[in-house]
Design a protein around this ligand. Sequence first.
Ligand SMILES: C[S@@+](CC[C@H](N)C(=O)[O-])C[C@H]1O[C@@H](n2cnc3c(N)ncnc32)[C@H](O)[C@@H]1O
Ligand code: SF4
Ligand code: SF4
Length: 338
Amino acid sequence: MSTSINLHKNELTGITGKESMDILKKTVDEGLWEEYRDLYSKASELEYIGGFPIQLDIELNASCNLRCPMCPISAESPKGKGKSTWFDFNFYKEIIDYGSKNGLKALKLNYVNEPLIRKDIHKFISYAKSKKILDIYLSTNAVLMDKNMCISLIKSGLSRIQISIDATSIEVYNQMRPGGDFNIVKENLNILTKLKEELKSATPLIRVNFVRTDINEHQVKEFVETWSKKVDMVGIQEFIKPTKSSSKVTSKTSSAKRGSFRCSFPFKQLVITNEKKVLPCCTFWGEEMSLGVLENAKDIEKYWNCEQINKLREVHKKGKYYELEVCKNCVEGGMVDE
Ligand SMILES: C[S@@+](CC[C@H](N)C(=O)[O-])C[C@H]1O[C@@H](n2cnc3c(N)ncnc32)[C@H](O)[C@@H]1O
Ligand code: SF4
Ligand code: SF4
């Protein structure tokens, strides 16, 4: 795998090893997979919208076991913690049933939360798989990813998993991911890799993630070099200033490439929060632009084609994100002058 990180001009994450996504083609209908990737590429270029989002991100619980300083969940535990925030399985099924008949191709099972807090996550994955959703994935801190969890993730048909590590040393990990355990996370990743071999499963593909901040940016190169030999993909995420946080985390990310940034999120996906709010994009700034509340699955089309999201798309098509305060904050808020 190459170790160079190329940030797509319309995205906020650079990924190495993207070619390994082709492995997933062999786990589903190849023609449908090609169609999905083709539409996704067009949406990434802001050239395709379609009648239904290609992807939905669903927040199955609004809680987390860590308190990372760069994440808004560390500022306050949003919307409380625990089972009262759990997304209803029957409503989820309604969404997947409707989505699978109307063009939904991909599903991300988290937003700003820790999805593996739910030990029943496998049933959400299995259901989506049974309805032929092509690409099912999630991002996790992997602290709770023990052997049983790994087996259930593999057997339920999870396509890919993104594991947030953010560091190459315990010291930096502890600053980036307070409450986590660097060694446990690496051990859990080993367990997952071994179990995939034992169960002869090509999935889930494994990507490790790193959010570049002033705490860890001196470790980016080492992180990419170390992990690109061991996992399928490595993601380096641009730091986004949290919506609400007293933390002083920043990043020296170059602003030069941001001037021409056009965001592709509103062309690809909608987020559904645990409170059924519908958001036009998956960074935490999306919460500042809620489109409304989902009463039933059919509402997804209503929100996907509403005036508010169409205006957002127009602004990004023109390359003028800075005209919207929320997008300006999202794109530029985390930068500091070098
Ligand atoms: C909000 S987390 C939710 C999933 C899971 N709890 C995790 O940590 O992977 C999703 C991704 O957002 C990243 N993230 C958190 N704060 C961020 C920030 N300020 N800027 C950019 N990405 C951030 C995390 O590192 C993680 O890769
Ligand atoms: S980045 Fe993930 S693990 Fe860290 S506080 Fe946010 S939701 Fe939790
Ligand atoms: S806030 Fe704007 S720039 Fe940021 S992800 Fe959402 S649409 Fe894109």
